[in-house]
Design a binder for this molecule. Structure first.
Ligand code: GDP
Ligand code: MG
Length: 702
């Protein structure tokens, strides 16, 4: 039986474009629900595939590529886009047609990538997206003229409203039947001739195909390397020719390195001059621009930034109090109800002290976490976060990194894991590594329960300068300590360990927007689910294991605290106590630190379990009250003071204490070297930092 192969094989189409041009939105509009998400082999870049169904029922595969500004870029995400396009990735077929998504409100920048794609002679359809934004900004594009100048079909679209999808589909269908596109730009005459000559030499003498020869000739003409270094790769005859070309061009005063990039931009500029008219803006500055002159100001910018942070952390404390009390009461009630049902004995203690006590101690801090995410979400949605990154870019420059590194650091306020993943957009491998190494120093949401417990227990309810509460003030101080230590360590790593120049960074400020309540709520809901899930799994597990370790081996007689001291936990705690005494910590805090190596919030649940056990089952005091009332038998004074609380917070600001981050670091750096280094340096930093804090604190007190 004859099979018509051509008909059976469905075609492959790829979507490419600059970041934020609307690729994913367009992908969704084209494929609907017919999509699946996976990973490219060997790297952790997401691979999104789907199916297009055309009007006549034929199907094609559609691939959403990571955003990229050019085909010669180097960040892992961008490299994937190029490699897929050039067919260098295993299991990902060469595409038959490319949809290049272009942000119409940023035409010149976006055309650079398109010009490189056209150079590859790929059949391409341009989706001229964000036409609505361009129109709003007074940018008028003559689509017909643009299409004529580029030599490829151009379809105006508004992907977010599904406008232009039908037209795009029919343009795609016609393009699927062609196999190449003509190049529509040319080099300046003098170099053009040399380039053509060299291209044909590569084809004739060095066995290259036309397209490969075209690019290789560019590289060879612009290379700063000496011709001698190519010996062995090319024939002597060819190299002699190349050497003569270099000499001729150099003698003509042509800058071989930049001529290709520059003539590409010149061509883009000419095309835009012919196709784009810009309506002059009414008034000089939009409201957004006016706000930005203040918000990104050299002095005011920082004052506003730190005030915003201060207000947020104040509010977190003020608003969280009531719900916190209620949740605490709820768990007390649950404990006493369950306590009535289960007769006294080990099971009773396990459930009431171990499980409910441990999990309850952590879940009490859910309100703080939710408020933190509410504010982070609002900052992000309104567009303020981008301004924060913008003003921090100056600081980042001083430590040798650029602003691109600040965005991963901002994400790390929520959690270091998305922060570390966000470093994938950083081109320079060294900058990326430095950013990953310092990201966990930024105070993440898992530290919030530890800070909140310590502040609520020990920081008196006073006000500073009449407006700020001392509690909020201390919290801001901890966040700033983390931020500045991260910057300091980045500076040190960049200077001594991972030297290198950072490429320039251009950032666009998105317009200010009204935040969407729905988005923010969804985000908070997602976060509380993750937090509660961790409380119900890891924290519950650790609490139960801890209860066993704190109960056995048993002694028959003795007070609850003697029993605890005799238990396995007590023995380990007392064993490590000498290393912690210099920091002002006792063995109970030691147990908290060891058990929270896995995850920081476990510290709070551990304290909950241990204190419940030490003070016996029938105590009704909150964890805070139990810690406050503990007396040092030697001196008769309170065992813990505000200084202990501050030292403990400093320790948690600086210490690694997160197994998931270590796992992600291993995956992202492909080995154990960097995660081990990171764990080691942060532990040393935490120990030394806490020691200094304790000593300085004691000196102040006495
Ligand atoms: P990607 O990074 O290229 O995948 O871009 P996305 O598809 O994630 O889109 C970035 C943002 O632009 C999203 O908020 C979209 O809703 C929005 N967007 C996409 N297309 C359009 C459009 O044509 N007009 C407008 N106004 N917004 C759009
Ligand atoms: Mg996308």
């Amino acid at each position: 039986m004859m099979i018509d192969n051509h008909k059976l094989k469905s075609k492959n189409i790829a979507i490419i474009g600059n970041p934020n041009s609307g690729k994913t939105t367009l992908f969704n509009a084209l494929t609907g629900l017919r999509q699946k998400v996976g990973n490219y082999p060997g790297v952790t870049v997401e691979k999104k595939e789907g199916k297009i169904i055309f009007g006549d029922g034929t199907e094609s595969n559609l691939l959403d590529l990571p955003g990229t500004y050019s085909l010669s870029a180097n960040s892992p995400d961008e490299k994937i886009a190029t490699d897929v396009l050039l067919g260098k990735i295993a299991e990902t077929p060469l595409c038959d047609t490319v949809i290049c998504v272009i942000d119409a409100s940023n035409l010149e920048r976006n055309l650079y990538l398109l010009s490189q794609i056209i150079d590859q002679q790929f059949p391409v359809v341009v989706a001229l997206n964000m036409i609505d934004v361009a129109e709003r900004e007074g940018i008028n594009i003559n689509v017909k003229e643009l299409s004529k100048n580029l030599g490829v079909p151009v379809i105006p679209t508004i992907a977010s409203k599904k406008n232009g999808i039908k037209e795009l589909l029919s343009a795609l269908q016609s393009t699927l039947s062609i196999s190449t596109t003509a190049r529509s730009w040319t080099l300046p005459e003098k170099i053009k001739f040399k380039h053509e000559e060299l291209t044909s030499l590569l084809v004739a003498n060095e066995n290259r195909n036309d397209c490969a020869a075209y690019f290789e000739a560019q590289t060879l003409l612009s290379t700063p390397r000496s011709i001698d270094s190519f010996h062995g790769t090319y024939s002597t005859e060819f190299l002699t020719h190349l050497k003569k070309d270099h000499e001729t061009l150099d003698a003509l005063g042509i800058d071989r390195f930049s001529v290709f990039v520059e003539s590409r931009y010149q061509w883009i500029k000419d095309v835009c001059d012919r196709c784009v008219s810009i309506r002059p803006k009414i008034g000089q500055l939009s409201i957004s621009d006016k706000i930005d002159t203040i918000v990104t100001h050299k002095v005011w910018g920082y004052i506003i930034f730190f005030s915003v942070m201060a207000i947020i952390f104040q509010t977190i404390f003020a608003w969280a109090n009531l719900p916190m009390e209620l949740i605490g009461k709820g768990f007390d009630w649950l404990g006493s109800q369950v306590g009535h049902i289960i007769p006294p004995g080990d099971l009773h203690d396990l459930v009431v002290n171990g499980a409910i006590g441990g999990v309850g101690a952590v879940v009490t801090f859910l309100p703080q976490i939710l408020l933190l995410f509410l504010f982070l979400g609002l900052l992000e949605d309104t567009g303020y976060m981008a301004r924060a990154a913008f003003i921090m870019d100056r600081l980042m420059g001083k430590v040798g990194l650029h602003g691109k590194s600040f965005i991963p650091l901002l994400s790390s306020f929520a959690c270091a894991i998305p922060g570390i993943m966000a470093t994938r957009t950083i081109e320079s491998p060294k900058d990326r590594l430095v950013t990953m190494l310092v990201a966990p120093l930024i105070s993440c949401s898992a530290r919030m329960p530890v800070y909140a417990l310590m502040i609520a227990t020990f920081i008196p309810n006073e006000s500073v300068l009449g407006i700020f509460s001392l509690a909020g003030f201390v919290l801001v101080a901890m966040y700033l300590l983390g931020l500045f230590t991260a910057l300091l360590m980045a500076f040190i790593f960049k200077k001594f360990l991972l030297k290198g120049n950072s490429p320039a960074f251009i950032m666009e400020l998105p317009p200010y927007r009204m935040p969407s309540l729905k988005n923010t709520m969804l985000h908070m809901w997602e976060r509380s689910r993750i937090f509660l899930k961790r409380a119900g799994t890891i924290i519950l597990g650790v609490s139960i294991v801890l209860w066993f370790l704190a109960t056995y081996p048993k002694i028959e007689s003795g007070t609850p605290s003697e029993k605890l001291a005799h238990s396995f936990v007590g023995q380990v705690g007392h064993f490590i106590e000498p290393t912690l005494t210099p920091l002002g910590f006792d063995w109970k805090i030691g147990i908290g630190i060891v058990s929270s190596l896995l995850q920081r919030e476990v510290f709070v649940s551990t304290m909950g379990t241990i204190y419940n056990m030490e003070n016996g089952t029938d105590n009704t005091l909150s964890l805070r009250a139990q810690i406050q009332q503990e007396v040092d038998p030697a001196t008769g004074l309170p065992k813990f003071t505000a200084l202990t609380a501050i030292c403990l917070m400093v320790y948690y600001v600086l210490a690694m204490q997160c197994l998931s981050t270590i796992a992600v670091m291993r995956r992202e750096t492909n080995g154990w070297k960097w995660p081990i280094f990171q764990f080691a340096y942060m532990t040393v930093l935490a120990y030394v930092g806490t020691f200094i804090t304790y000593r300085v604190g004691l000196w102040f007190i006495s």
